[in-house]
Design a protein around this ligand. Structure first.
Ligand SMILES: *[C@@H]1O[C@H](CO)[C@@H](O)[C@H](O)[C@H]1NC(C)=O
Length: 985
């Protein structure tokens, strides 16, 4: 046995770490392909790809699924019926209940279940049991709204055509045409087909069948196995399946669900995060520059993951969008089991003599899940925001985080003592580098026992927290779902005695290996488990924590070092007797749910002003955006990883989970100073901005880089801090509409086909701020793609560019390529501070960027940045607009309705912010007519209160070669939360 105290435990864990992942220590970095299945090694994927091949290769392939017309009923926005599957070999029919729901939002949903699996349990060994049903609780975890059924939807049957047609959606412009035989659905908008289900005949629901022990027929040499040829299905993995020395028992037999979904006329598809590859998904069935494996979704701890790959990563969002000129549509495949998605494209010429003109690309996708219902939501757009908005209405909006959470986070594995933490904190101050949060990885615990502190290295956590709090800084501590199996550890004793851990296939507590060695896993699918977990974070339970301590949930895929594919066996059992295979991809989210609830409860129990929880997760599913932030896991200190981080973060943004970032500097390995610097410049544009490093790397806090690097990194951090009001407003927008925080070209310019596959530049919120961080070594210039006929200005020196087309921006090391698109106004706070909390009452700068129209607008959302008081209207929400024709800048209230009858909290907040002013207004591309004008006229009090008009100075700066003219109004003295107007002419 390992001795488990002090240094011996540290050695034990290092040894364990080495046993599990020894390659970590060597810099040679390639993913261990052999640890993860290919489609061919995953029985159900292989069977369904073979099924697809048969369907495609058979000239008159008839899908054996048909909707029994007599069974079809339509009532109150919901169609029901029975789909029959005809089994060719036996003539038998399998009944599959179908539901097609039409929601008010315009979203449609197709669900298919299986009658014979709906009741009863499966007896397992030792008298334990598993549910026989197809897993139907993914909805419970993922879907939180948007499911009120449409009263306007109307159905009609066309007996001759053999279809049922439903007209639905806003203004009744959507149509679902359900084909009875073979079963299929065409979704149309304005009469044009956008999405087709089962058009290629790949629908396949593996039906319930009893296990028969067939005698293994001995085959004589030279003898053809005729029967096996005819019934080509590979039954070898129906009842058990082995991989990497683990055998998965499959008490329910084969039960995959699969279907093809076609997007006719759509060249690009995006989504199905998380993968390390381009934003626009590649074809996956082989060929030049294409993948030969499907995109896989099976949340896994993939060490040293590779670039440009459809391999699975830590999280799964089975939501896909398709894009063609001026049209976006999407589907959400609600299934929590292991899922594979093939993508192929085909080109059809409109006319054989047209020489490609008028030809169109169609994207076909093939979705394959191991178990569960077939349950697909359909979004018909037409704009990117319509699709993301509808998906977000279903799965929930991004949590509005505390302001500190969108500032800079300093992490490493590990800050080794509380003195070390305090020292790093002081050094940031000494070097005038802003940061908000310092993080503790697993080593702070006593022997990897969560909810404890190592008494040798962290004797005074409260003192440490107190020092951080002096500058409004926070601590984030890691808490993982594996609980050390060790005597005299009260947490594990309770976990066992209350029976709250995940069970193995024999329904006994499941034991596996993770950081602490032998461990058990909390089952957060269990309401009792979550309730217990909630209690563990109380200040009197998790001693050493204080109000400025928040939580990081790692390893929640879950990562199990000795498990199949580094995770749990699929035949493990969870609350409700569901098998792990049914709900694997949701597992990580349930832990974050419990942790979020725990942080809420922690404050409530103190009956104080309670603050919004912050939880970072590695594993996620659709809906995780409601609970916190994610990061892209264990990347490497290598240029390709920096480069890949941009499409990965953009992909999260259009997948409804925009609070995303990659480890700045790269987790494994030591970055060169140039790479580290460039990474900070890129990180300043990640919604989640954290530097992190592996235990074997050298220290790399920004102040250690030396000049000029430390200065350049500090500038990148200051840029982030000065733009925090814009970031916070973008987060607010995401929290009410689901809009991405950083946006790819196609989202901002859905009519610009040339920009559909651009994924190395991004727009911040709705501000027209276009960044393209340098991601290549030695690169001194950056080509930026401008989609529209508009003026763009360099953020720092107002150098003027004009779209459409590609422009080259100088990008020496000290520069972040960042342009301002004409037509926008954005807010900043320009006074350098140690942390964002200290900026709370700082004055604002407004930057007005004038383009071709001469008009500009932008918004500002502001609240206390920490509590829930904003829910009672305690916020400032302004719209700034500049009208070229009259040369006036105005501030209007966007929350005027709430302001009419303000709550006490709303009034208190406005009072608190009364003195906060605009200290500067910069007008980029200021009209030449302002030359010689020395004053602007200010009228305040437009929100009701009275104030006299007054004049302040205007400074006008003429154009210099290549740069825009600009003007500045210093100290206009107007309130940030008030209504006012400034006349420039
Ligand atoms: C956590 O999950 C439970 C059960 O599904 C749900 O009722 C609750 O709202 C979730 N909490 C959060 C913060 O989403």
């Amino acid at each position: 046995m390992l001795k488990v105290n002090g240094w011996s435990s540290r050695w034990a864990s290092l040894l364990l770490l080495c046993l599990a992942v020894c390659s970590l220590i060597t810099p040679a970095v390639t993913v261990k392909h052999e640890n993860f299945k290919t489609c061919d090694q995953s029985g159900f994927c292989k069977r369904n790809r073979a099924y697809a091949d048969t369907a495609l290769a058979t000239s008159n392939w008839a899908s054996p699924y048909s909707l029994d017309a007599a069974s079809v009923k339509f009532e109150k926005g919901i169609l029901t019926g029975i789909v029959s599957k005809k089994i060719a070999t036996t003539g038998e029919t399998v009944r599959l209940p179908l539901t097609v729901a039409f929601y008010e939002s315009g979203t449609a949903r197709v669900t298919i279940d299986e009658e014979r699996r709906q009741k009863g349990d499966i007896e397992l060994r030792h008298g334990s049991k598993a549910k026989k049903q197809r897993y139907n609780e993914a909805e419970k975890w993922a879907v939180v709204g948007g499911t009120s059924v449409s009263t306007g939807a109307a159905a009609s049957k066309d007996a001759e055509a053999g279809t049922t047609k439903i007209v639905y959606g806003p203004a009744s412009i959507f149509e679902a045409v359900i084909r009875h035989a073979p079963f299929g659905v065409d979704f149309k908008r304005d009469g044009e087909t956008q999405i087709k289900f089962n058009d290629q005949g790949m629908l396949n629901m593996e039906h319930w069948r009893p296990k028969v022990d067939k005698p293994v027929a001995e085959k004589k040499e030279g003898e053809e196995d005729v029967a096996a040829e005819a019934d080509a299905e590979d039954e070898g993995t129906w009842w058990d399946e082995s991989f990497g020395g683990n055998t998965d028992s499959k008490p329910r037999g084969p039960e995959a669900v699969a279907m093809d979904i076609t997007f006719p006329g759509y060249q690009h598809v995006y989504g199905v995060a998380e993968h390390a590859g381009p934003l626009s998904l590649k074809e996956s069935r082989g060929g030049d520059g294409k993948y030969s494996e499907p995109y896989r979704l099976y949340n896994s701890d993939v060490f040293e993951y590779e670039m440009d790959s459809p391999m699975t990563l830590y999280g799964a969002i089975p939501f896909m969008q398709a894009q063609k000129k001026d049209s976006t549509v999407g589907v959400f495949w609600l299934n929590a089991a292991e899922t594979w998605i093939d993508v192929t494209k085909s080109t059809t010429a409109a006319n054989p003599l047209s020489f490609g003109i008028g030809s169109s690309v169609t994207t076909q996708t093939h979705w394959i899940s191991e178990t569960g219902l077939l349950d697909v939501f359909v979004f018909l757009g037409p704009k990117p925001q319509d699709v993301i908005g509808a998906y977000s209405e279903l799965t929930g909006y991004t949590q509005l985080p505390q302001q500190f959470a969108i500032a800079y986070h300093q992490c490493r594995w590990n800050y080794v003592t509380d003195d070390d933490v305090k020292d790093v904190d002081r050094k940031f101050d000494r070097y005038n580098i802003p940061y908000d949060v310092i993080w503790l990885d697993i080593e702070y615990t006593e022997g990897k026992k969560y909810f404890t502190w190592d008494p040798m290295t962290f004797p005074d956590p409260l003192g440490m927290n107190k020092q951080l709090d002096e500058h409004e800084r926070k601590l984030v501590a890691i808490i993982d779902p594996h609980i050390k199996n060790e005597a005299n550890y009260p947490i594990v004793e309770e976990l066992k005695s209350k029976d709250l851990a995940v069970h193995n296939k024999d329904d006994n507590i499941y034991e596996g290996w993770c950081w602490p060695g032998s461990s058990y896993w909390i089952d957060c699918f269990s309401p009792k488990g979550r309730e217990w977990w909630k209690g563990l974070f109380r200040y009197d339970k998790f001693k050493g924590t204080a109000k400025n301590v928040f939580i990081w949930n790692d390893m929640n895929e879950p990562s199990v070092f000795n498990g199949p594919e580094t995770t749990m066996p699929k035949d493990n059992l969870h609350h409700g007797h569901w098998e792990h295979r049914d709900l694997h991809n949701i597992n990580g989210m349930t832990l974050v749910n419990a942790t979020y609830e725990a942080l809420l409860a922690r404050d409530k129990s103190e009956d104080k002003h309670h603050v919004r929880p912050f939880v970072l997760t590695r594993s996620f599913y659709s809906g995780s955006q409601r609970l916190g932030a994610m990061w892209t896991g264990d990347n490497q200190a290598a240029w390709p990883h920096l480069e890949a981080s941009i499409p990965m973060v953009l992909s999260m943004g259009v997948s409804g989970f925009p609070f995303a970032g990659a480890d700045v500097g790269g987790f494994f390995g030591n970055p060169s100073k140039e790479l580290l610097t460039r990474w900070y410049q890129a990180g300043a544009f990640y919604p989640f901005f954290r530097g992190h490093a592996h235990i074997d790397t050298r220290r790399r806090e920004p102040y250690l880089a030396g000049e000029p690097y430390t200065q350049i990194i500090t500038q990148a951090l200051r840029l982030r801090y000065s733009l925090l009001p814009a970031w916070y407003t973008a987060f607010h927008e995401a929290s009410v509409s689901g809009a991405p925080i950083v946006r790819p070209n196609y989202y901002v310019h859905p009519g610009d086909e040339k920009g559909f596959d651009i994924d190395d530049q991004l727009y911040l919120g709705s501000y027209g701020l276009l960044a393209k961080p340098v991601t290549k070594e030695g690169q001194e210039g950056q080509d930026i793609y401008l989609a529209d006929k508009e003026k763009y200005f360099d953020y720092f020196d107002f150098w003027t560019y004009e779209g459409p087309g590609t422009v080259t921006v100088a990008a020496p090391l000290e520069t972040i390529p960042l342009l301002m698109q004409g037509g926008h106004i954005f807010p900043r706070r320009d006074r350098p501070r140690r942390s964002s909390g200290l900026m709370r009452y700082d004055p604002f700068t407004l930057v007005v960027v004038l383009g071709h129209s001469g008009d500009a607008e932008g918004t500002l959302y502001l609240d206390d940045g920490e509590s829930f008081d904003f829910e009672a209207g305690a916020s400032i929400h302004r719209r700034f607009s500049f009208v070229g024709a009259t040369s006036t800048l105005m501030s209007e209230d966007l929350a005027a309705a709430a302001a009419a009858a303000p709550s006490k909290k709303a009034k208190d907040y406005l009072k608190l912010m009364e003195k906060v002013r605009v200290e500067k207004i910069i007008i980029v591309n200021a009209p030449a007519a302002w030359k010689g004008k020395e004053e602007v006229e200010i009228s305040e009090g437009l929100d009701g209160e009275s104030a006299a008009a007054r004049k302040v100075t205007l400074d006008w700066h003429p154009k210099e070669a290549g740069k825009a003219a600009w003007a500045v109004v210093r100290d206009p003295g107007v309130r940030i939360g008030g209504g006012w107007k400034i006349g420039f002419a």
